[in-house]
Ligand binder design. Structure first.
Ligand code: ADP
Ligand code: MG
Length: 703
């Protein structure tokens, strides 16, 4: 009988079984999330270390007398002459070795001298590999990373891949196991032959191998064909799974919200402005989703001040007229209250019952609210997340609007929709993000973009100023208050310490009060109790305060149209997206608005670039692109903040075109082969499994 062994199975074989590892090593690898052969292959080297073997100690010394060479590691054979140890803790042990041409020291830290003596007995020869250090004209090897029998000395010449480690694991481990793993890799079927051929990319196996046999850091760069290919694969897996989720949403039964549209009509007559074309388009797309029999999962994306709230309100009114309840969830208490305050007058005029739910409600109030929600008396509920998490019962919730929820991941969204209730969901995001990130993060949603601002808005003028000019600044602020301006003064969040943060803003508050005793100055910060915060915000909004000193609590969504000046202190500490969000608090009326970015001496180069970008443009999308570029240029660790999911091979900047390509190809692929059948279908299933997205295979339509 012909038994075919699936070649790809080796990729999913438990690493411990494959390599006959001890439970100890198995445990260590699991800390790096390495469980299978594939996981090990996806643990990429961080860099390549070149190493050079020297035939004699004299050759070695000559080579390293040139300080340029110090980054290269050395290999050398020597005979152990003596161990120089001391009883004093933390003083390293020096092992002197020699050959016919001379002697040198090899230095060991944190190793018990008695143990070292048994490992490196006097009179024996060993091959040592490690970094070389020069100190006071002496050359020595520090903490060798390989010690071998002299017969194996040839392995000390050439290049070493350097892997991320964890406690109990050494580079030696990878050096030993990688060749056997790489050697056993099967060729696997292509999931997207055309694209691979188009780009002249290596096949998957060769691409993976090339990273683990890299000879220089260049071989690991995101621009190599191997990395391009692997990044593309990863994006393709992600996009295919996003589309599968999206299709499942579209198939999920929803309840059509049908009505005459009288409430929306009346509301449109009541608002004192005309919707922009972009608002009309977003509204129509949303209403179409609501009327339709499928569940809505839509994201409305628009820069700060582009007018998303009114679109959400109209969608809620449509839902209400259709006989359902609607809810608006905001990430913070302040924002929930503000939405409530903006929306309530309109609802009152329309005879729609709206209520605010926050964690601060009194017990009695809460009971009444809950009863009214359950009986259906309340038609629109505005609140924080507590509103869906608590054991609150709606009579018939039809629409949930989620505002400014940057951190709402795909998994959470899927969980929300699987709660079942046929509820339509509308997300609103004020973080303009590049398309790459939209696809990466919101690929499962339908997206409406409000890409224009209401007419008549003036661009915000942005000035960049060293903090040393503070006195002049304060004097000019004083003059601008005379002409009726209100001012935000933003103090940075000091991440390590909420207390420091508070102190900084308190100091600033006191100092401004002293400098401008005739002005009305208020302060709001994250540590204040809710009602206190509200009271200060309300004073500011009513024009009873000239200056509001604030920490970044004001960041999201606060709307005080009369405030036209903002000072951001230590602007160099903020990210671009955050600066843009903050600045969006001003420029909300037809007056000229000014943002002053104060920076402390000697900002980093990246900080300087950020400030420059802020000065040059008001366009949120452009800022987001630049942000990505800057991050791509070094601050990669913070991509998580930008919402780019953690990819192994993919880089949000370097590979941005590949994300788009993957999106297009995934769409095409699922259109041509919706049930993922045949050989290509199998290959795509393997792709999803490789990149841990196979849970979405349950959404594949069968037959
Ligand atoms: P976003 O939530 O998108 O940041 P908002 O919905 O808070 O923006 O709108 C910002 C301000 O613009 C609000 O004061 C709102 O009343 C006003 N606004 C919204 N749409 C328009 C429009 N089409 N014309 C004029 N003003 C508008
Ligand atoms: Mg619908």
């Amino acid at each position: 009988m012909d038994i075919t062994i699936r070649p790809d199975l080796i990729l999913f074989e438990p690493i411990a079984r494959r390599l006959k590892l001890s439970p100890y090593h198995k445990g260590i690898l699991s800390r790096l999330n390495i469980f299978t052969v594939k996981d090990l292959l996806f643990h990429l080297p961080n860099s390549v270390q070149s190493r050079r073997f020297f035939e004699t100690i004299q050759d070695l010394k000559t080579f390293y007398s040139d300080p340029k060479n110090i980054s290269i590691k050395a290999g050398i054979v020597g005979e152990v002459v003596v161990h120089e140890t001391t009883k004093v803790n933390h003083i390293p042990t020096r092992v002197v070795v020699k050959d016919a041409t001379g002697g040198m020291e090899i230095i060991f830290f944190h190793i018990k001298p008695s143990y070292l003596l048994t490992k490196l007995p006097v009179g024996r020869r060993f091959a040592f590999g490690g970094a070389i250090n020069t100190y006071l004209g002496r050359i020595h090897m520090v903490q060798p990373d390989v010690i071998l029998d002299p017969l194996q000395k040839s392995t000390l010449d050439g290049n070493d891949r350097i892997y991320g480690l964890t406690k109990g694991l050494s580079q030696n481990f990878f050096r030993k196991i990688m060749p056997s793993i790489i050697g056993a890799l099967p060729n696997i079927p292509e999931w997207d032959d055309a694209t691979v051929k188009d780009h002249n990319w290596p096949n998957w196996t060769i691409a993976i191998k090339s990273l683990h046999t890299a000879d220089s850091d260049m071989d690991l760069a995101p621009t190599t064909p191997a990395r391009q290919r692997l990044a593309y694969d990863e994006f393709l897996a992600h996009q295919v799974s996003m589309i599968l989720i999206k299709q499942a949403y579209h198939r999920a039964a929803g309840i059509p919200k049908l009505c005459q549209g009288a409430l929306v009509q009346k509301a449109l007559e009541l608002i004192p402005f005309k919707l922009t074309n972009a608002q009309v388009m977003a509204l129509n797309q949303t209403l179409d989703d609501l009327k339709d029999t499928h569940q809505m999962h839509r994201l409305i994306q628009g820069d700060v001040g582009s007018g998303k709230t009114i679109v959400a309100l109209l969608a809620m009114l449509h839902t209400v007229e259709s006989g359902f309840q609607a809810t608006l969830l905001a990430p913070t208490d302040i924002l929930a209250r503000q939405h409530f305050a903006t929306i309530k007058p309109m609802c009152d005029q329309l005879g729609v019952e709206i209520r605010l739910f926050t964690g601060r409600d009194k017990t009695k109030e809460r009971r009444i609210n809950n009863e009214d929600l359950q009986s259906g008396k309340i038609q629109i509920a505005v609140g924080t997340h507590a509103l869906i998490q608590e054991t609150i019962q709606f009579q018939n919730l039809g629409l949930t609007v989620i505002d400014e929820q940057h951190k709402f991941g795909v998994a959470q969204r899927a969980a929300l929709s699987e709660k079942g209730h046929f509820i339509d969901t509308l997300f609103m995001s004020a973080t303009p993000i590049p398309r790459t990130i939209v696809l990466a993060r919101y690929g499962d949603l339908d997206v409406s973009i409000i890409g224009e601002k209401p007419p008549g808005r003036k661009d915000i003028k942005t000035l960049v100023m060293p903090v040393t000019k503070e006195a002049e600044l304060i004097a000019s602020l004083d003059r601008s208050i005379n002409t009726g301006n209100q001012i935000y003064w933003v103090c940075p969040l000091i991440e390590e310490s909420e207390v420091l943060d508070l102190t900084a803003s308190e100091d600033r508050y006191k100092q401004l009060c002293e400098a401008l005793p005739h002005r009305r100055i208020g302060m709001v910060h994250g540590r204040m109790k809710g009602p206190e915060k509200d009271a200060v915000m309300a004073e500011f909004k009513q024009g009873n305060l000239d200056i509001l000193v604030a920490t970044t609590v004001i960041e999201v969504g606060v709307d005080v149209p009369k405030a036209t000046v903002m000072v951001i202190e230590h602007a160099e500490r903020f990210g671009l997206a955050q600066l843009h969000q903050l600045r969006g608090r001003i420029g909300r009326n037809d007056q000229e608005s000014t943002c002053i970015l104060l920076y402390a001496p000697n900002p980093t180069e990246i900080a300087q670039s950020r400030l420059k970008i802020m000065r040059e443009t008001n366009d949120g999308f452009k800022i987001a692109e630049e942000d990505l570029k800057l991050r791509g240029g070094g601050e990669v660790a913070s991509t998580r903040q930008s919402g780019f999911p953690d990819y192994i091979f993919g880089d949000p900047f370097e590979h941005r075109q590949l994300m788009e390509l993957a999106y297009n190809n995934a769409t095409k692929l699922l259109k041509e082969n919706p049930d993922l059948s045949g050989i290509t279908g199998d290959a795509v299933r393997l792709l999803l499994k490789l990149y841990n997205r196979d849970d979405t295979l349950r959404y594949v339509r069968s037959g």
